[in-house]
Write a protein that binds this ligand. Structure first.
Ligand code: ZN
Length: 340
């Protein structure tokens, strides 16, 4: 069969709720894909086994075999050690120091590589999404937190300590709200979906008139989505929260633009997906705040690949790393992780 000669890679996107798997071309075109719940009560070992079963079935669907994969790329949430192939901490999955590369290598002898979800989504958007015509781009995700992936010359830039892209902790206000990282006034503490929800709860508990009170039975239920919807239907308090959020998003993106001078900043995450009014306002703020001429030159665009950004990025990662180093399985072995 001529099909056996074609190059394919495996891609996995492990999220807090769902796992998505795909068999793709080395250039990120998805040939077949699958999804199933990540079920945090199951161990990482069981999840890895379930992923391999899914990839086996996808490979079969396209008339191939799982052993033909030239690499396996995986997007995971949380801080990780790429050299050792270990996921340090992932709260939604309740993972602590999970040797993911070793787990996969025991199940499947193909080069394995992984990166965090923001870096994978950045790589996907850079190659096949909103920034496919750009050489240098930054992907910024604004959801419960704020994170970023930086792509320079088509490849992820990770920095000297693997922490490049931690833009959520750019300090914007010296005495701003407390951030989960321990500092005050971080970009994330001011402009994430969590920050918007917090401001909505404050408004709910005050005596200022707001339609936010009619949307939920308890202030604890308020999220950024409520704020964006209420702002769109004319609630003054919510419109003010959106406007302030946009000021901080514009300021944060101006710092990103000054640091990297990208052709494009792509915005992803639930907060942007639900609020075009926020996107427009943030663009205006960015144009005012970024140093000339970057305010005009750097395009701010929403992500285009939806739920597939990180999955497609994981496919690219698999082909890039397999080509260069034979993947992380070898590195994981050298780093002392037990692989056999
Ligand atoms: Zn912080």
């Amino acid at each position: 069969m001529t099909k056996k000669a074609r190059q394919i890679v495996g891609a996995v996107d492990i999220g807090g709720t769902n796992v998505r798997t795909a068999v793709a071309t080395p250039l990120g075109r998805i040939l077949a894909k699958d999804r199933f719940p990540s079920r945090p009560q199951h161990s990482a070992e069981k999840l890895a086994e379930r992923i391999i079963v899914s990839l086996q079935s996808l490979a079969h669907d396209i008339g191939a075999d799982i052993n033909q994969l030239s690499g396996l790329g995986c997007s995971v949430p949380g801080p990780l050690d790429r050299k050792l192939g270990v996921v340090r901490f992932s709260p939604h999955l309740d993972w602590h120091d999970v040797p993911l590369a070793a787990l996969f290598y025991e199940l499947l002898s193909v080069p394995f590589t992984m990166d965090d979800d923001a870096n994978c989504a950045a790589l996907g958007e850079a190659h096949l999404g909103a920034a496919r015509k750009a050489t240098n781009m930054v992907y910024v995700t604004i959801s419960t937190g704020i994170g970023a992936g930086i792509v320079i010359d088509g490849r992820i830039y990770r920095g000297s300590h693997g922490l490049a892209g931690e833009v959520g902790h750019i300090p914007l206000e010296r005495s701003g709200p407390q951030c989960a990282c321990g500092n005050r006034g971080c970009f994330e503490a001011l402009a994430s979906g969590t920050a918007m929800g917090e401001q909505a709860r404050e408004a709910y508990r005050s005596d200022i008139p707001t339609s936010l009170r009619n949307m939920v039975s308890s202030p604890d239920e308020l999220t950024a989505e409520h704020v964006l919807a209420a702002a769109d239907s004319g609630d003054v308090v919510s419109a003010r929260i959106v406007a302030m959020t946009a000021v901080y998003v514009g300021a944060g993106l101006a710092m990103v633009a000054s640091a990297f001078d990208p052709e494009m900043i792509v915005l992803g995450g639930g907060v942007i997906g639900h609020g075009n009014s926020l996107l427009e306002r943030a663009r205006n703020e960015f144009a005012k705040r970024a140093i000339a001429p970057l305010g005009e030159l750097v395009l701010i665009a929403p992500a285009q690949l939806g739920d597939d950004s990180a999955l497609i990025g994981a496919a690219f990662l698999a082909s890039q790393d397999a080509e260069e180093t034979g993947g992380m399985s070898a590195a994981a072995g050298r780093g002392g992780v037990h692989v056999h």
